[in-house]
Design a protein around this ligand. Structure first.
Ligand code: PEP
Ligand code: MG
Length: 567
């Protein structure tokens, strides 16, 4: 038995057998007599791979939408590449070697050519080629294909890292939980795990050395630990914890139809964060009253070109129609840990401090305008609101609003109907914006505090870096003071203020946030019932007292201990 510590990324407990992703595949290089036989094996493995990929593509398309399915279309194109096929066949023939070696070596040659190219998009193709090569090799070796989308048995996924797109394809029925070596609580992989409701631990450094496929592990997504080869007693203890956890979830589900209001009638709004329309089911199941953050960038990811205005319009309309409440669509927030290969963004020393989000939109007005047009056109179908990410100055906000005004004028001239009263807001996730919230509040209808980035920028702590995870402190007095400042500034100018960073879903902080006057809380859908339970057991007077106490404390630890005593 060994216990590996990581970061609690998504609550819940999973007990099961491990599937390690991206194990090194090995094969021998041997001389063969019968090259024709090797070529037939290649043909068979290629056609098996094609069948698997087509099935996965269809499944992902039906369950998650066409953007997610694009990645498999790209893989199918690699499989059909005549140059690749003839290069492998030529190698078998010229060197009289086995198909596994000819395949492995040719794939590596092709992938190397792509990864040496200057263009980011082409570089990305190298990993597609290696992925496809891996699949063909698995079929040749008679090993099961590794895909998180088409698993045949229940597993716990263990990997160095899972990309947000890996996570988006995860088969919820079969993946009991997952653990990765890389990542922090607010890395996008962790956020997606929470929106899928799968227990997860990230940043578990010694993980890969400790397990192999088939090892039994326990993933405790509440405490942030992975127990490898648990003893009988530990298994029994965790079976009990799991049963308790499930019972608690059942109790919380009963709160679904009840309002988020304190004992004495102070009402707030509880909304969900979503990445794609596929997350709507979970939002509705958990009783979200609206969508407080629609991370529109996921519409732009895992594809080969920008989504058209029409595609975006359809996606926004779908969300607006399905949600009987507000939908806050955040404009493109690419950069940081979210890449768009086809935009060919520059490599940067500090991507989180670089060319990202609104900074890109204000320069690439073609992209920004197409998105604003799609959002405005969809605004007829529900209570859509627009929100800008990463604003750090009044000039940026005014420039964004100016472009929005131009787009409205264009649409009016073209005869489109849209909601002219549509609310416009911005995220407060840069300390500079928090400090000038009073100036910004005059130009928007609302703020939403993005604590994931606000913590990283205020405490100078990379949200992705597990080595500094202890410094990434939501309880830091500086963060709590900034929140208070922003809420007061918004209310003074009759704007409402929400929070869509992960702090909004941390039940320990709920009394503080209610007491400080937050109007809307938007979070991973699975956290909504827990937060609602805390709110319904409070009075506004108690919440305000807790807030005052918290603001008088001097360290993160004191604040965390104090708030912990209420949960
Ligand atoms: C945030 O920064 O708090 C936020 C909600 O945005 P994201 O996590 O997508 O950066
Ligand atoms: Mg952010």
């Amino acid at each position: 038995m060994s216990k590996i510590n990581g970061v609690a990324a998504s609550p819940g407990i999973a007990i099961g057998e491990v599937l390690v992703l991206e194990e090194e595949l090995s094969y021998d290089r041997v001389k063969v007599e019968d090259v024709a036989k090797e070529k037939i094996k290649l043909e068979e493995a290629m056609s098996a791979s094609k069948k698997q990929l087509t099935a996965i593509k269809e499944k992902v398309k039906a369950e998650m939408g066409s953007e997610q399915a694009e990645i498999f279309q790209a893989h199918l194109m690699v499989l059909d590449d005549p140059e690749l096929i003839s290069a492998i066949e030529n190698k078998i023939e010229a060197e009289a070697i086995n198909v596994e070696a000819a395949l492995g070596e040719t794939i590596e040659e092709f992938a190397t050519i792509f990864s040496n190219m200057d263009n980011e998009y082409m570089k990305e193709r190298a990993s597609d080629i290696r992925d496809v090569g891996d699949r063909i090799l698995r079929n040749l070796l008679g090993l099961e294909a590794q895909s998180v989308a088409d698993l045949e048995q229940e597993v716990i996924l263990i990997a160095d890292d899972l990309t947000p797109s890996d996570t988006a394809q995860v088969d919820k029925e079969q993946v009991l939980g997952f653990a990765t070596k890389i990542g922090g609580r607010t890395s996008h992989t962790a956020i997606m795990a929470r929106s899928l409701g799968i227990p997860a631990v990230v940043g578990a450094k010694e993980l890969l050395e400790a397990v192999e496929t088939g090892t039994t592990v326990i993933v405790d997504g509440v405490a942030g630990v992975v127990i490898v080869e648990p003893t009988e007693e530990q298994l029994a203890e965790y079976q009990e914890k799991l049963a308790d956890y499930q019972k608690r979830q059942e109790r919380l589900t009963k709160l679904k139809e009840l309002p988020a209001e304190t004992e004495d009638g102070h009402r707030v709004e509880l909304a969900a964060n979503i990445g794609t329309p596929a997350d709507l089911d979970s939002a509705l199941e958990n009783g979200a009253e609206g969508i407080g953050l629609y991370r529109s960038e996921f519409l732009y990811m895992d594809r080969e070109s920008l989504p058209t205005e029409e595609e975006q319009f359809e996606a926004y309309k779908e969300v607006a129609e399905r949600i009987d409440g507000p939908t806050v669509i955040r404009t493109l927030d690419i950069g940081g840990d979210k890449e768009l290969s086809y935009l060919d963004l520059p490599d940067e020393m500090n991507p989180f401090l670089g060319y990202r989000a609104i900074r890109i939109s204000l320069e690439r007005t073609d992209i920004f305008k197409a998105q604003l047009r799609a959002i405005l056109r969809a605004s007829r179908y529900g209570q859509i609101k627009i929100m800008y990410p990463m604003i750090s100055s009044l000039e940026e906000l005014q420039a964004a609003n100016q472009i929005l005004a131009e787009v409205k004028e264009d649409l009016t001239k073209e005869g489109f109907d849209f909601n002219r009263e549509l609310e416009v807001g911005m995220m407060i996730e840069v300390p500079a914006a928090a400090m000038i919230a009073d100036l910004l509040a005059k130009e928007v209808d609302f703020f939403s505090i993005g604590t994931n980035d606000l913590i990283q920028y205020t405490t100078a702590t990379d949200r992705m870096n597990e080595h500094v995870a202890v410094l990434y402190q939501p309880f830091h007095p500086a963060i709590l003071r900034l929140i208070k400042r922003v809420v007061e500034a918004a209310h003074k100018h009759d704007s409402w203020v929400g929070m869509c960073g992960e702090m909004a879903g941390d039940r320990r902080l709920t009394p503080f946030l209610v007491g400080v006057g937050l109007d809307e809380f938007s979070m991973s859908a699975v956290s909504i019932p827990e937060v609602k339970e805390v709110i319904r057991n409070l009075t506004i007077q108690q919440a305000k007292e807790i807030t005052d106490q918290v603001l008088s404390l001097s360290t993160s630890q004191k604040i965390e201990d104090f708030l912990g005593s209420y949960c």
